[in-house]
Design a protein around this ligand. Structure first.
Ligand code: SF4
Ligand code: SF4
Length: 58
């Protein structure tokens, strides 16, 4: 499982600051997760005010 940020993202940046492996960066209008770096810790989902990071099947 990995995490992916859906369209509910309001680009607040909280997830980027809290990701332990630096997998999150600003993308096209919302933040994005690099699936090669994500260790599926769930921190981004915990800190997101919009519930935008979702667990996805690889
Ligand atoms: Fe980073 Fe963890 Fe979110 Fe993956 S699940 S993007 S490692 S905070
Ligand atoms: Fe987007 Fe949520 Fe990350 Fe904020 S914490 S940038 S709303 S995914």
């Amino acid at each position: 499982m990995k995490y992916r940020i859906n369209d509910n993202c309001i680009a607040c940046g909280a997830c980027e600051m809290n990701c332990p492996v630096g997998a999150i960066s600003m993308g096209d209008g919302k933040y994005e997760i690099d699936p090669d770096k994500c260790i599926a810790c769930g921190t981004c989902a915990s800190v997101c005010p919009m519930g935008a990071p979702e667990e996805v099947e690889e």
